[in-house]
Write a protein that binds this ligand. Structure first.
Ligand SMILES: [Zn+2]
Length: 338
């Protein structure tokens, strides 16, 4: 029996066995498994220790960029060795969900969504992950236990949301409070010049002071600037250019003592001083509608490939921060994301 490095484990067919051969073969197999396990150790030791669940199920609008997002998130984990990904995904166009009319059977799709979320997001299953990413989820997802999911983040885990993660759980206000804003509306896709609010945070430090990106730009309700650490924003409406505060990306701590409502006069700091005690980490970017924002190799594009490369670095910085692998705010700041 030969053994190659790199975890190669030979399988030898057993054509005939008597009792003696079964015992002997069993010993050989055990030895082979043991040696294979040892041989595979170096590779495993180099592998990422952080585990991320990527959720792309949708109960509302389904973005065509979801398969691209799934691919890019796995690539980011692989190329950086920072994390591995598992998925909670249901692709409605998969042949297994095809109904009699040739279209996706909604009942079958909904049942599959419920099943995969029960499997991957039960309180017991969540324990194996360090962060959960909602990549273009929509609607009220049938989690096995909504509050247990939020409690899991509060316990010191990471949550990352892209684009329509804020168009998710409109019917569950504590989720909106966790993510920090709720999708209100959007206009036509447009090029904006996003203001880089933190040129030291790993999600933004590679970006210029004003970063041009062409995408569908969200507007929010239930957003409180004092409860987040701003990363990207606009100082004017993305489409009609009316002056104002139009946030694009932010991060925040979650849990601990920051859940009190913003007081009406001057007491904001009393809340903010406790931000750093909140163990959960939340990163959100509203960018990520278009495939060419995610993928530099996407053929039909409005954004130069450099924009997609910058977007990948943006979300990678956010993911690594949410995983506790990097810091964002300087320690001197009483910041919602420290
Ligand atoms: Zn969109």
């Amino acid at each position: 029996m030969s053994l190659r490095m790199g975890g190669y484990c030979p399988r030898q067919p057993v054509k005939f066995m008597n009792t003696k051969n079964i015992v002997l073969t069993g010993k050989l197999l055990l030895a082979a498994v043991t040696v294979c396990a040892v041989a595979a150790l170096p590779a495993q030791a180099q592998a990422a220790s952080k585990k991320v669940l990527v959720v792309t199920v949708t109960k509302g609008f389904r973005h065509s960029s979801i398969p691209t997002a799934e691919k890019i998130l796995a690539q980011l984990g692989q190329t950086t060795s920072a994390f591995t990904v598992e998925y909670a995904r249901v692709e409605p166009t998969d042949p297994q969900f095809k109904g009699a009319d040739g279209k996706p059977d909604k009942a079958k799709v909904d049942a599959a969504i419920k099943t995969i979320l029960a499997e991957k997001m039960s309180p017991a299953a969540l324990k194996q992950y360090d962060a959960v990413i909602f990549a273009n989820t929509t609607g009220d997802l049938p989690l096995p236990d909504n509050q247990a999911f939020l409690d899991w983040i509060k316990s010191g885990k990471g949550f990352v949301g892209m684009h329509s993660a804020t168009d998710t759980f409109h019917g569950f206000q504590p989720y909106i409070e966790m993510i920090g804003g709720e999708f209100k509306t959007h206009g036509a896709q447009v090029e904006v010049s996003a203001i880089n609010q933190d040129q030291e945070c790993p999600a933004c430090r590679h970006l210029p002071a004003n970063w041009k990106v062409f995408d569908e730009i969200y507007q929010f309700k239930n957003f409180d600037r004092t409860k987040v650490h701003g990363l990207l924003t606009l100082d004017k409406h993305p489409n009609d250019k009316t002056p104002g505060d139009y946030p694009i990306s932010w991060c925040k701590r979650y849990g601990g003592g920051q859940l009190a409502p913003t007081p009406p006069n001057g007491a904001t700091l009393l809340i903010q001083k406790d931000w750093h005690k909140a163990p959960g980490r939340v990163f959100y970017t509203s960018l990520g509608h278009r495939e060419d924002v995610w993928d530099p190799a996407w053929p039909d594009r409005k954004n130069p490939k450099e924009v997609a490369e910058a977007y990948q670095a943006h979300i990678l910085g956010g993911i690594k921060w949410a995983l506790g692998l990097t810091q964002c705010c300087p320690k001197a700041l009483k910041c919602p994301a420290r």
